[in-house]
Structures are given as structure tokens and as C-alpha cells.
Design a binder for this molecule. Structure first.
Ligand code: SAM
Length: 285
């Protein structure tokens, strides 16, 4: 055991490409070439990256199912003076990927953790989406069950920061419909598919437009997705807390048909047009 932290090895957190292997940084390649060991989410996957880079380093598996037990042996290597690189299958480790238990424990023990920045699907998607990026919130993967997903989205409808989610391709159509329901058909949405890869695609427009674009694209359920939603206008958040939607609908229904009342109320409150339509129907009845 080394006498001080200075004798311990460094733990490098190394970002790797999210598709295009050309996106590996020079520094990441240099670190991977010289560490004593690479802790990888999937050793076979990382082996392929090492082959492309012409590297041969020892690999150990560190994934969500074994991190709790395995991280101690990685810490031991560091304490013995070995350097270790942590990589995930794609992008930045710890971002919806393993590594949190290891990094937290390393820091608690006074070991040195060195980030080697690089690709991350969140920032890659945001950089080209054309949505505000001065303030955003990353919400990870959405719940897989339809009702839980809709509830999670509805809970965010007054959030004024740009919202970012990861989503699986086989749920993307359902999720787009849920976005329109939760945030209103008019909210701006951008879906980034297959970033940095041959079939990179951006679907963008209102939530309603994006639902249609996905319906028209036979390949929509193939590839990986980042889902981005413009934040609610701050004024509609304020309005939503001040205006009682039922009172507003009652007044509007005296003058205009149900559909128009729902649309106007949605614009004024930021609430879902569909939900207001159902409320308006109930009030009218
Ligand atoms: N650590 C990764 C990062 O830094 O982005 C994310 C890992 S998470 C397990 C995988 C999810 O990230 C995918 O399901 C998808 O939502 C998103 N993702 C990863 N690569 C992507 C790509 N090339 N294009 C679009 N989304 C991607």
C-alpha cells in the first residue's frame, strides 16, 4: 500500500465516441495507450475500439450489475499505484452509464479522479438542435410504461429550461405522442437520431409536427435518440398558477366552440390542449 495519495495511481474517466470513431480525442487515445488497466462496461465492445486504435491493454468488466462488488478491486489497483481508465460503451461514463459508485468511492478515499472529456449524446444533440441551451435539464431515460411516462412528462410541463431525455427507438413514436399530450401540440420539440453516424437525423418542429414526421419515416424506430423539448415560456408558467383552467374554459365556452376554447386556454395556461379539450367537454355537458 502506498504511503500517500501521491503514490496511488490515477483514475481516468475517459469519454469515447457515440458513433463516429473519429471523435476519439488524442488525449483519450494517449491515456488508453498508457494506463495499466481499462475498466470497461463491455470488454468486447471496448476491445473493438482498442483494435481500431491499435492498442493492447488489460481490460476488466465494470457494469451496472457488478459495479457494487467490483469497484473495490479497482480501488485496490489504484492504491497499489496502478493507473486505471474507466470507459463505457459510448460517450461519457456516468452519464446514464456505470461509474458513479467507483468515482464516489475513489473521491471519498482521497484518490485522484481525472476527467478526459469528449463525446456525450446530450451536448452533441443540444449543440445542433436550435433550442435554447443557456439553461437545460437532463432527465435521463423516461419511464418505460406509458402512464408513468406521461405522468413524468406532465410533471415537467411548467419547466422553463430546455428538457433533455434519452429514449429507446421502439418507444419513440409513443413518446412523441406523449410529448404533444403533456406539453401541448404547439411546444417545440427536437429529436436527434443516430448522432455522428451515417443516418444522423434531426426531427424538429412543434410536437404535433414531430409526431407526423416520425409516422412518415419508415426508419424512425431504428437507431438511438436524444429527445429535446423547449422549456415553457416563463409567462405561461405564471399564468398557469394564476388562472383557474375551469374558470377560463367556462368564460371561453360562452363565446367559442369547445375545440377553440381548448386551444385558447392551452395557449394562455401552457396546459395540454387535449386535457383542456376533455375538461371543456365535461363543462359543456
Ligand atoms: N454515456 C452516454 C453519453 O455520454 O451520451 C449515454 C449512454 S446511455 C446508456 C445511451 C443512450 O444515449 C441511448 O439510448 C440514446 O438515448 C443516447 N445516445 C447515445 N448515443 C447516441 C447517438 N449516437 N445518437 C443519439 N442518441 C444517442
Amino acid at each position: 500500500m502506498p504511503e500517500s495519495a501521491a503514490d496511488c495511481g490515477l483514475l481516468y474517466i475517459v469519454a469515447t465516441p457515440i458513433g463516429n470513431l473519429g471523435d476519439i480525442s488524442q488525449r483519450a487515445a494517449d491515456i488508453l495507450a498508457r494506463v495499466d488497466c481499462i475498466a470497461a462496461e463491455d470488454t468486447r465492445h471496448t476491445q473493438r475500439l482498442l483494435q481500431v486504435l491499435g492498442l493492447h491493454r488489460p481490460l476488466v468488466a465494470l457494469h451496472e450489475h457488478n459495479e457494487r462488488e467490483r469497484h473495490e478491486s479497482v480501488l485496490q489497483r489504484l492504491r497499489q499505484g496502478e493507473s486505471v481508465a474507466l470507459v463505457s460503451d459510448a460517450g461519457t461514463p456516468l452519464i446514464s452509464d456505470p461509474g458513479f459508485i467507483l468515482v464516489r468511492a475513489a473521491r471519498e478515499q482521497g484518490l485522484t479522479v481525472v476527467p478526459i472529456p469528449g463525446p456525450c449524446a446530450i451536448t452533441t444533440a443540444l449543440s445542433a438542435a436550435g433550442l435554447p441551451t443557456d439553461r437545460f435539464t437532463f432527465e435521463g431515460f423516461l419511464p418505460t410504461k406509458r402512464k408513468a411516462r406521461l405522468d413524468a412528462l406532465k410533471a415537467l410541463r411548467h419547466e422553463s429550461r430546455t428538457l433533455v431525455f434519452y429514449e429507446a427507438p421502439h418507444r419513440i413514436r409513443e413518446t412523441a405522442v406523449a410529448l404533444a399530450e403533456a406539453f401541448g401540440a404547439e411546444r417545440s420539440v427536437v429529436l436527434a437520431r443516430e448522432l455522428t453516424k451515417a443516418f444522423e437525423t434531426f426531427y424538429s418542429g412543434t410536437a404535433e409536427d414531430v409526431v407526423e414526421q416520425l409516422a412518415e419515416d419508415d426508419y424512425a424506430e431504428k437507431g438511438e435518440y436524444v429527445v429535446m423539448v423547449a422549456g415553457a415560456p416563463v409567462s405561461s408558467e405564471d399564468a398557469a398558477t394564476e388562472i383557474d383552467p375551469d374558470e377560463l374554459l367556462t368564460v371561453l365556452l360562452r363565446e367559442v366552440p369547445v375545440k377553440v376554447a381548448a386551444r385558447m386556454a392551452s395557449e394562455l395556461t401552457g396546459l395540454s390542449r387535449n386535457e383542456l379539450y376533455q375538461r371543456a367537454l365535461a363543462l359543456k355537458a
